[in-house]
Write a new protein. Structure first.
Length: 314
């Protein structure tokens, strides 16, 4: 068991930063075969009179304590939740809260919905993993669990991302990783022949790929290469290259080029921009290299492609 004084976080320093996370409330994200919706990320600073009568939710709720303690009753059993501890409640669990000992408590709460996408191919690994994770969440015992420091650190990283005005996708993926860690910390992960570590790793890798793709699609028009993309997801050049190739089926460089050329095709079809301007707008420093890449992939030069499209539309 973790000593309740092991984790010493003054969450009041981050109070205002919680507001930056409102941008991802009530917005869905699909991860593997799951749909995740964040319903709330709240800073909590409750006084000694704080009491919440018995009730239940249609969503998941996590309550994490960083200072002092709170008493939570779930399914008729009361537990004392101390600093460095959290509980995770599944939908439908009857629970309530109260303060005793003339003190309040500080912490944060997370509220979210998570469900399987429809239709789901249960024979695919991602479908199996997703069902296992949701089953695990639904069967977690509503009692306090100890944090080894991982969850609070991930929460602080999420707050830092919000402070830097990171994209909603980055914030959603960071939130999803917290959910994965919560499940693993509760030690209720249902697995088949794959270990919980391997399952967790697969989901984290999937998030890395999604973040990589989002970064490329947001920055393709700039002078970026694989090293820039690797820095964005905090991986080495070689590690990201292997991971991306195995998951996407093409290299990072090939994907950057594909995004740029797809955008170029749109500009050739829908605008009157000259070839040099289009090359610059999709991230090429040279119209010559742009034209070469375009012809290798499309079989014709950008100029002839535009003529072909114009002829078809006449």
């Amino acid at each position: 068991m973790m000593d309740e004084h092991t984790i010493k976080i003054d969450l009041s320093h981050y109070k205002d930063d919680f507001k930056q996370l409102n941008k991802i409330w009530y917005k869905d994200i699909s991860v593997n075969a799951m749909r995740l919706r964040v319903l709330g990320i709240h800073y909590m600073d409750n006084g000694p009179e704080w009491t919440i009568t018995q009730h239940k939710h249609s969503f998941f709720e996590c309550h994490y304590v960083t200072k002092d303690h709170v008493y939570t009753t779930a399914n008729g059993i009361q537990h004392k939740v101390t600093p460095g501890q959290f509980y995770l409640l599944a939908p439908g669990v009857i629970h309530g809260h109260c303060q005793k000992d003339r003190i309040g408590h500080v912490g944060f709460s997370l509220r979210f919905e998570i469900a399987l996408q429809k239709p789901l191919d249960s024979h695919q690994l991602h479908g199996i993993q997703s069902k296992q994770m949701i089953d695990s969440l639904m069967h977690i015992t509503p009692e306090p669990y100890d944090d080894d420091g991982s969850i609070i650190n991930m929460m602080l990283q999420l707050l830092e991302l919000g402070k830097k005005e990171s994209s909603p996708l980055e914030l959603q993926l960071a939130f999803f990783q917290i959910i994965i860690k919560l499940v693993c910390s509760c030690n209720r992960y249902l697995v088949d022949t794959h270990s919980d570590t391997a399952l967790n790793k697969n989901m984290i890798y999937n998030n890395i790929i999604l973040t990589t793709i989002q970064f490329i699609e947001d920055n393709y028009y700039q002078d970026i290469d694989v090293k820039d993309v690797a820095n964005c997801v905090h991986l080495s050049y070689s590690h990201l290259s292997r991971l991306f190739k195995s998951w996407v089926g093409e290299t990072v460089s090939q994907y950057i080029k594909k995004v740029r050329l797809n955008r170029a095709i749109y500009l050739l079809k829908c605008t009157q921009q000259d070839i040099t301007s289009i090359a610059r707008d999709v991230g090429y420093n040279s119209a010559y290299y742009f034209s070469n890449d375009f012809k290798k992939n499309m079989g014709v030069s950008p100029g002839n492609y535009r003529k072909t499209i114009s002829g078809l539309s006449e």
